[in-house]
Design a protein around this ligand. Structure first.
Ligand code: SF4
Length: 302
């Protein structure tokens, strides 16, 4: 096994995106053997049973707690999410509590987790659930604000046992490299489906990673069509990559963090860059322009 277990955040697959990760050296057979598929799946499930960590969101079937964890995990490492998740659930233990919370407090609690608009969408989704109840299926969850196919499938699978594949970039890569079927075809046709979703994500996050496939340590290597043959393209040259500090997202995060702490706007940022970030935050409903300058938006009426 390589790397910190679960260090890679869950990243939903954008609509229409191509599978992530390099293809195997040769294309897999068009019609993979169901026997191989079953054997590989059993081996991965056994492996997961041995390595699965005791994480707070894995101990619950509460759809609210699972939803919070999934949204937090979208861009942030497991080790950083865990204490933030526990603090969040302590503060807002139910969907009704988060629905009624002041948006400024919600944004302040989200600082450092990235993409502040996710916190706003999460609260909006909880407001709908507090009013109408949980939809009860992945399809129903997708009608909620900010809930995409991956998050809907993960919540429906882990909370309600719905047999639906939770397909993040790790799972796409695993299916592509195994060459034993699509993520949906790899899903067990029984009560192990939710565990499989966890196991496939874990395998992709820790063993079969985008840039390092640790085939000698992989429980599925005996059946994998790409075992020991994964070709990883070279990284982009350093000079062509944009530093996070140079992005608008960095400035937006600093603005929200400062206002959440009741501090002045951050210094040392070019005025036009700062203004562009504030404009974007106002457009997204995270900030209001007041006579005293920008301020975090409070809870909307309703
Ligand atoms: S054998 Fe290698 S390529 Fe295949 S799933 Fe395992 S780590 Fe990935």
């Amino acid at each position: 096994m390589t790397g910190e277990t679960g260090a890679v955040p869950r990243v939903p697959v954008p609509a229409g995106a191509l599978p992530v990760g390099p293809p195997p050296a040769d294309p897999p057979p068009a019609d993979p053997s169901p026997v191989d598929r079953d054997a590989a799946r059993d081996a991965v499930l056994r492996w997961y049973g041995e390595v699965a960590r005791d994480l707070p969101w894995r101990r619950t079937e509460d759809p609210y707690a699972i939803l919070v964890s999934e949204v937090m995990l979208q861009q942030t490492q497991v080790s950083r999410v865990q204490p933030r998740f526990e603090a969040w659930i302590d503060t807002w233990p139910t969907v009704e509590a988060l629905a009624a919370a002041d948006r400024r407090e919600v944004l302040a609690a989200w600082v450092g987790l990235g993409y502040n608009s996710r916190a706003v969408r999460l609260q909006e989704a909880c407001r709908v659930v507090a009013r109408d109840g949980w939809p009860g299926t992945a399809a129903g969850l997708r009608t909620l604000p900010g809930i995409g196919p991956y998050t809907a499938a993960a919540v429906a699978s882990f909370a309600w046992g719905e047999r639906v594949a939770a397909v993040d970039t790790n799972v796409v890569r695993i299916a592509q490299r195994l060459g034993l079927g699509t993520p949906q075809e790899l899903l067990p046709d029984d009560e192990r489906a939710a565990t499989w979703n966890q196991a496939a994500m874990e395998l992709g996050a820790t063993v079969c990673r985008a840039r390092v496939a640790d085939c000698p340590a992989c429980p599925a290597s005996a059946w994998c069509r790409s075992a020991h043959r994964v070709v990883v393209p070279p990284r982009a040259a350093r000079g062509t990559r944009t530093r996070f500090e140079d992005t608008d997202r960095f400035v937006r995060g600093r603005v929200v963090a400062a206002l959440a702490r009741d501090e002045a706007l951050p210094e040392g940022i070019a005025p036009e860059r700062l203004e562009r970030a504030i404009d974007g935050l106002v457009r997204d409903g995270l900030l209001l322009r007041t006579d005293d300058g920008p301020a975090l938006a409070g809870s909307p009426p309703g």
